[in-house]
Design a protein around this ligand. Sequence first.
Ligand code: GLU
Length: 390
Amino acid sequence: MKRKDDGADVAAEIARERQQAVAKAKRVLVKVGSSIVTADGKGLNTRAVNRIAEDIAHAVSGGHEILLVSSGAVAAGTSRLLLARRPCTIPEKQAAAAVGQSGLIQAWERAFARHGLKVGQVLLTSDDLGNRRRFLNARHTLLTLLGLGVVPVINENDTVVVEEIKFGDNDHLAALVTNLIEARLLIFLTDTEGLYDRDPRKHSRPRLIPLVRRIDPGLETLADEPLSGSVGTGGIASKIAAARKSGHFGVPCVVASGRLRRCVSRVLDGEPIGTLFLPHEAPLRSRKHWIAFTRQPQGSLQVDAGAVAALRDRGKSLLPSGVARVTGRFGAGDLVQIVDPEGKEFARGLVEYASNEVDKIKGLRTTEIEATLGYKATDEVVHRDDLVLL
Ligand code: GLU
């Protein structure tokens, strides 16, 4: 009897924490996976699209601002082009995405129109968001769409990206978009019920974890391998990685089944469905989050033990004297990794000097910069305001 009561207490505490986490979420980002919007790789599942649009329209009528990240372009294009399997090469995927994206947006447009809502198609690349000016510009566009009562439907601009500037998968894209639009909740509608305590494909009676208070490395071992060759690209592992990134921006994240009726509305009502990942207690501000996760590092600076302590424990900027080694080619303003004497990355930042300049001034005192380079931009190699500890 006692144990049963304990169980009820725990469940009630979890329900309370979950309710608190979603209570203030007015602006919500919903990410829908390819496995939900396409019918087992055989074209678009318009019933699912209609069901989700109805659910989102209901949330919008209740005062929420909803943005959608929708996968499915490659899967839809694969079927429209009558290809036997999901394409493997990048140009083939891009061709399939070009054909599939138009069908995807049409399906969302028709589905939302039934509820009097308009959609706006927004296609992004990692390069767009890595450029601060374009990032802010995209933010203004998205916020303007929301102001007009439009539901933005976002996807990666698959046709123009090459491997180096790809987000990788739409889970990562969604995590970055939470910062872009300052969302207060991220919901993944996926083909699993959430995170289980063991891989449901390998073990019987796995238990769903309703609440994750902290994403520690052990959690990732519970996650599956991405299912290569399947309809989408992410798996639960990429959802956890995305929850970690959005959590660093203070945004809670729910992973739930996209096959559940009214899933979004029910999550917003505080129903404990799926898994909710609580955000980090000390979130990064928008610009620092952008530095940490959105930009791609162009090189790295290895620093000495004194500089590690100054940066990590004393909140200092990185000065030339602390830099031991420069790797890669970068220009002033680029993002660099900052690694400790063992080569482990512990910070990232925007660098004030180009790689060849840092190479010349590394190990020197700030008073020696001008005599060495013939000019001095700043005393710091990476200013504290442009630096994030990881
Ligand atoms: N952008 C891809 C598409 O629309 C999806 C990538 C992913 O599955 O995460 O097909």
